[in-house]
Every structure is written in C-alpha cells, then in structure tokens.
Design a protein around this ligand. Structure first.
Ligand SMILES: *[C@@H]1O[C@H](CO)[C@@H](O)[C@H](O)[C@H]1NC(C)=O
Ligand SMILES: *[C@@H]1O[C@H](CO)[C@@H](O)[C@H](O)[C@H]1NC(C)=O
Length: 234
C-alpha cells in the first residue's frame, strides 16, 4: 500500500476519532494533545508503517475565530526526515473533496444565475458533455457524476491522456452499465466536475484564491517540490 493511501485513510480515521471521542471538550482547548499524539503514533506502529501522517484540525469557535492545529507524525522520507506541519503528501483521490466542495459552494451561491442544484443536468451548462449513450449524456446530473453512477467503468488508461480533450475521450468510451444502475468508481467524471466552476464563474478560481500556495496541482515537477514526502510501499 502506498504511503499516500495510508495518509488518506489515517486522516479520515482520525477526524472520526477527534470529533466523536471528545464531546465534552471545551471549545478553547487543544485537540492535538499528547494523548492524541500517542494514539496517532500507535496507529503508525500498529500498521507497521515506515511512513507518516500530517494531521490538521480546523474548527469554528463560538467567538467566530478559527481554531487551527497542524502537526506531523512519523517519517516523510526513508532517510529519516520527519513529517512536519509543512510536509506535502501526494493527495491522490482526496482531491475529489476539493471538487465536491467547489461544486457545493456554487450550488449554495445565491448570486449565481441561473442557480444550479445537485440534480442539475450537466449538459445544461457544459453542452460539450457527450458520452457514447446520448440518453445517458442528456440525463446525467451533477450528483450522478459525483456519486460514480453514470454507467461508465474506470477507463483509467484514458485518464492519463491529458492531451486528448475530455469531451473527445468520453464520447468513445463504452459504458458497462446503464445510468444509475450501480456504483462504478470513475476518475474521468471528477475531471468533468472540475470544469464546473470554470463553466459558471467569470474567472477561473485557483487554489491560490484560498491561500493554498505551497501545493502543486500537476504531476509535472511534483517530485521536485521541497518538503515532499516520499512514496513508500510497506
Ligand atoms: C458566486 O457567484 C458570483 C456570480 O457569478 C461570483 O461572482 C462569486 O465569485 C461566486 N462566489 C463563489 C464563492 O463561488
Ligand atoms: C500563502 O499566502 C498567504 C496569503 O498571501 C500568506 O500569508 C502565506 O504566508 C503564504 N504561505 C506560504 C507557505 O507561502
């Protein structure tokens, strides 16, 4: 298993721990306590992991201020470099959360005209969206694409072909199920969903707009970024 998969799993597991185990914690108090440090170190040990984890706790306090705690645990690299709060990880499919959040913000945006909802058909605002099955193409909504139920299987080899435009890729990929028949994990649909902010907003939003300025969004040059964690296989 790759280190960044471990990271994703750890993050989900920890947030559940954090939010369900301390219902009585006063709001001002720290969450990343020595107890929790031990718990996280224990998980890494239990998984026999040579890698590490970055943990962030963000919550809105009663006074309207944000409480932010960040900390690194374990090793970032096999040379023994430790994970710090600035270590970057290959985020892999956790980037889908950013896509879902960006689309959710547009759905909540009352100044958007026309408004969109989770059930809005994608062709209504991205007319180029065209799969092999025209009926499925016309009926596919945002939530269909987001919940992996368009009928299209992974076709991940196409996913790597960044020089072929997505509308061209999708048109020639065979579905293996009907729309909404079942869950089939599909990365291409998240590429499609990532175009929604661009299609609906006057300016293309970037991660720098939300002050995420030390990360990169492309594979190109990724491994040259300082403070990057190494990919390791247990
Ligand atoms: C909401 O929509 C308006 C109008 O298109 C746009 O100017 C604004 O940036 C949007 N806000 C967000 C958070 O997307
Ligand atoms: C990212 O940008 C914000 C706002 O411009 C700045 O305050 C912060 O220091 C920057 N962070 C890094 C790691 O460069």
């Amino acid at each position: 298993m790759h280190a960044f998969h471990l990271f994703g799993t750890a993050l989900v597991g920890l947030s559940q721990f954090v939010f369900h185990s301390h219902p009585a914690t006063p709001f001002e108090s720290k969450i990343l306590t020595p107890d929790l440090d031990d718990y996280i170190a224990g998980i890494l040990k239990e998984w026999n992991s040579v890698a590490g984890a970055g943990v962030a706790v963000v919550r809105l306090k009663d006074d309207g201020e944000w409480q932010i705690e960040t900390k690194g645990y374990g090793n970032a690299r096999l040379d023994g470099t430790k994970v710090t709060e600035e270590t970057l990880f290959a985020i892999a499919s956790n980037s889908k959360l950013f896509t879902a959040l960006a689309v959710g913000q547009l759905i909540a945006n009352e100044s958007l005209s026309p408004r969109i909802s989770w059930d809005t058909k994608i062709q209504e605002f991205i007319p180029e969206f065209d799969m092999m099955d025209p009926t499925a193409s016309a009926a596919t909504s945002i939530v269909d694409a987001m919940s992996h139920r368009t009928g299209l299987p992974r076709h991940d080899l196409m996913y790597r072909l960044h020089n072929v435009p997505l509308d061209v890729q999708l048109k020639y990929l065979k579905p293996s199920l009907e729309l909404r028949e079942s869950f089939q994990y599909n990365n291409l649909m998240y590429t499609l969903l990532s175009y929604i902010p661009t299609a609906l907003l006057p300016a293309r939003p970037t991660i720098a707009d939300i002050s995420i300025n030390s990360s990169v969004t492309r594979h190109t040059g990724f491994w040259k970024v300082p403070k990057i964690s190494q990919k390791v296989t247990n």
